[in-house]
Design a protein around this ligand. Structure first.
Ligand code: NAP
Length: 247
């Protein structure tokens, strides 16, 4: 069986793990950064926590006899993808990236596109009430804006709660429907949505909800990764590629 390391943390990674686990040719092991205290179970093997940079990942790949790596991490998780490129290059381990096409704005969408999360915080209108969905690790620029009120949704509670006059933190785990998101944004009087352009289906409902409510969206563009490995947009395409390695 071909041992495949899946760099995970996304719904696409979980789908790939499930497909590979059900296919007798492959032995998938999903690696998670360990940011979520109780992550959803994934089929196949699992490991948690950083590798210790590219050198640590290369050592892991060798010692565990990994035959191929699939980088299915979030499009904004740049560092782990760069480490995978370096580690696989160093020990000549086949690498593919399972990624998602970015979302595109339709005629009814009102998007303000920016390059970084910090820029997103700076373009919010004075006094805005914003639903900030860019992740718990990047709240700093929004907390520095003392004139705005933010709604934040996280899986595990924040270590320090927000003062009520600065915002509200909800603990919830998706997926959410567009109706859920419309209800939530109405309940909190949201005037702006801030989102990363993550692409894919699993977190698109908030974009649909903003469209229905005619709210402006501050959209952080996907970063550009350096080239390295094959790039695929579906688990099927990755499985075909892995099939070629196992033959
Ligand atoms: P990052 O900035 O690219 O990675 C920072 C460090 O965390 C890496 O150098 C690595 O540590 C460790 N790491 C990250 N992903 C890992 C994985 N799958 N397995 C083992 N170690 C991992 O990543 P991030 O933006 O913090 O994202 C962390 C995880 O959350 C990823 O798995 C990603 O798919 C998921 N996620 C991220 C976002 C986002 O917006 N960034 C959104 C949803 C989900 P070492 O150098 O020690 O190996």
């Amino acid at each position: 069986m071909l041992k495949v390391l899946i760099l995970g943390g996304t719904s696409e990674a979980a789908e790939l793990a499930s497909r590979l686990d059900a296919d007798g040719r492959f032995e998938p092991v999903t690696s998670l950064a360990g940011r979520t205290r109780s992550p959803r179970p994934v089929p196949g093997g699992r490991r948690r926590g950083g590798f210790g940079g590219a050198a640590g990942m290369a050592a892991y790949l060798r010692s565990e006899g990994v035959a191929a790596v699939v980088d299915a991490t979030h499009p904004f998780a740049m560092q782990i993808s760069e480490h995978a490129r370096e580690a696989c290059g160093k020990i000549a381990c086949p690498l593919a990236r399972l990624t998602r096409l970015p979302w595109t704005a339709g005629a009814e969408d009102d998007w303000r596109e920016v390059e970084t999360v910090a820029a997103a915080a700076s373009v919010l209108a004075p006094g805005a009430r914003a639903f900030v969905t860019t992740g718990r690790q990047e709240l700093g620029p929004f907390l520095s804006r003392e004139d705005i009120w933010i709604l934040v949704r996280v899986i595990d509670p924040l270590d320090e709660p927000l003062l009520p006059e600065r915002g509200t933190v909800l603990s919830a785990r998706g997926p959410f429907t567009a109706d859920d998101e419309v209800g939530l944004m109405r309940e909190h009087g949201i005037e702006w949505l801030v989102s990363k352009n993550s692409g894919g289906r699993s977190s698109y409902a908030k974009i649909e909800a903003a469209r229905q409510l005619r709210l402006p969206v501050i959209m952080v563009r996907q970063p550009v990764l350096s080239a390295g490995g094959q790039v695929y947009q579906s688990p099927d395409a990755v499985i075909d590629w892995l099939g070629g390695i196992s033959d």
